[in-house]
Every structure is written in C-alpha cells, then in structure tokens.
Ligand binder design. Structure first.
Ligand code: GLY
Length: 302
C-alpha cells in the first residue's frame, strides 16, 4: 500500500529517504517532512531552488516558502518569505501542529520559528558561492536571463501503510524574485492539496500564474470523481494552457497520487534537468516508489 512520489529528477533523493522512512513505520506526515528537510538543509540542492543555497531575491536575500498538508483532518501549515532558517518545512509543521494558524509569513514566521527553538543563520551563511555569484551578475545586469525564469519546487507525496496520505512542498522561488514575493508553493489548493477521500497533488512551475488556478485542489477534486491521477493532472494542465494561451508558454508540472498509491503527472515542461550526472530528460521528470517496486525510479511525462 505504501508509496511516495516527488517532483523533478532530483526528487529521487527525497523519494529514497521517504521510502525508507515509510518502510520503517514513519507516518506519511513524518516521512514527507523529514525527506524534504534533509534536502532543504543540504546546500547541494540549492541549485534546484530548494532551501539552503537556493537563489536569493532581488535584494540578495534568501526567502523560502514551504507547506505541508495531510489528508485525514485536512490539517495544513505553511510559511512564506521566511528568512534566516534553512528548513522551512519543519517550521511549517510547527505552524500546522503547534499554532492556531495555517500560514505565517516574513518576520512573523521568523519570530514564530525562533520561539519554537529553530536556529537562525545569517543570509551569507545560507547562500552558496554560486548563489552570491549569480546575484552579483544579476545586480550588474550582466547575465541573468537563463536563471530568471526558473521555477523548481520540491514536492513530495507519501501514502503510509495505514492508508494515510500527506504532501509537502518547499521552494526558494524564482531567482531574484521581488522582495516578499510568494509563489504557489505554500498555498493550499495551489501548491499542494491532500484529502483522504481522493488523494494528494502538488505543483511546480510558474507560481505567479499557477496560484490563480488552484491546480492541486482541482486535481484532487477530479480524482474524487474517479479519474486516474494522470488523467486529472493532464486535464488540469490542458485547461490552464487553454485559458492562458501558449505565448509566453506556461511552465507547470503536476504530480498526484490516489489512495490506492497510483501515481500520475501532467506538465508543459519540455526539458527537465538531469541529476547526479544523468543527462536532461525530454519532458517533466518526477520520481516514484510504490510498495511493490524494488527501487525508486524516475519517470518522464512528455
Ligand atoms: N512554484 C514555485 C514558485 O513559483 O515560486
């Protein structure tokens, strides 16, 4: 019954961690939080716009978004534009379970995290040399277009052996984004949604456009009507493309899982970056593991 999935090829590392946690009895919520947190806290994943080492905003400051939702109680917790903390997903978990609130932003999120005992780090410490270098180029307007339109987000969905489902997302958002800009990632319905009457979904891509369509909520509602995860993701992407047109092209990747552990994706992504030395993929790469498969693997939606 247990299964997990994550956005992008680099998500395979989160899926491997999540799988081990599910197999040793962790709840779906714990497995989602821990697998995302490990990647957030490792600056090697910053180039995928996740956590420490992610790309700073237009003022040179790293501001992170993250959220979690679980399908039984529809509990949700999120943080947005959080500075000084490398593991926003764990702050989001505390918002969900240790506060009367659902979403905390900016300074308020930071104050809350400090009260919960999270250690803060200087912005200099949270940026990598590459992040600082790219920011230098950006601030001198020499060469930033290639990165400017990048919108990776790590999204992880897990179904545990007790038949419970949870989803989490984490992103530093678009490089050199406006100060205080919040993407779709931490928004329930847009970046993520879970309901154990149907399943869970999460999104990656151009959050400024995506948040207007609540694609994750929409996918879960379609699954409730009995459509497969891949039919739901494809249908939601098709509707968005129809409404938004193709010029400029919308960048979106959606993954979804139903309560049987079936996984699907829908996307407009033409090329996904490789990971761990692999070359790029022609389409939207995402990582999956299902209880009956031996090893996590990367699939491509094209
Ligand atoms: N989907 C992440 C962002 O646009 O910030």
């Amino acid at each position: 019954m247990a299964a997990c999935a994550a956005t992008w090829a680099f998500g395979i590392d989160a899926v491997k961690i999540c799988k081990n946690l599910l197999q040793t009895g962790d709840s779906c919520l714990d497995a989602v939080e821990k697998s995302i947190r490990i990647l957030e806290d490792d600056p090697a994943y910053g180039r995928y716009l996740v956590g420490k080492g992610g790309m700073p905003n237009a003022a040179g400051t790293l501001q992170l978004d993250a959220a979690l939702m679980e399908g039984r109680s529809l509990q949700y917790g999120g943080v947005a534009a959080l500075e000084g903390i490398s593991t926003p997903i764990s702050v989001a978990r505390r918002v969900m379970q240790g506060s009367p609130h659902s979403l905390l932003v900016g300074q308020g999120a930071l104050e809350f995290a400090k009260k919960c005992g999270f250690t803060t780090q200087s912005n200099d410490h949270l940026l990598t040399a590459q992040g600082r270098e790219e920011y230098e180029k950006f601030s001198h307007r020499l060469h930033y277009e290639s990165l400017f339109d990048k919108h990776d987000t790590l999204g992880v969905i897990a179904l545990d052996r007790h038949g419970q489902i949870a989803v989490g997302v984490s992103s530093s958002g678009a490089p050199f984004k406006a100060v205080g800009r919040v993407g779709d990632s931490p928004l329930p319905g847009a970046g993520l949604y879970a309901d154990d009457k149907a399943g869970a979904a999460c999104a990656t891509g151009d959050g400024d456009k995506m948040m207007r369509f609540c694609p994750s909520f929409h996918v879960v509602q379609l699954m409730k009507q009995g459509l497969s995860p891949s039919e739901c993701c494809s249908s939601v992407v098709a509707e968005m493309v129809e409404r938004l047109g193709e010029d400029p092209p919308l960048e979106i990747g959606l993954i979804a899982m139903n309560m049987q552990g079936e996984i699907g994706a829908g996307s407009t992504v033409k090329i996904s970056g490789g990971h761990n030395g692999s070359s790029s993929y022609n389409g939207f790469a995402y990582a999956v593991w299902q209880h009956d498969c031996e090893d996590p693997k990367i699939l491509v939606h094209s």
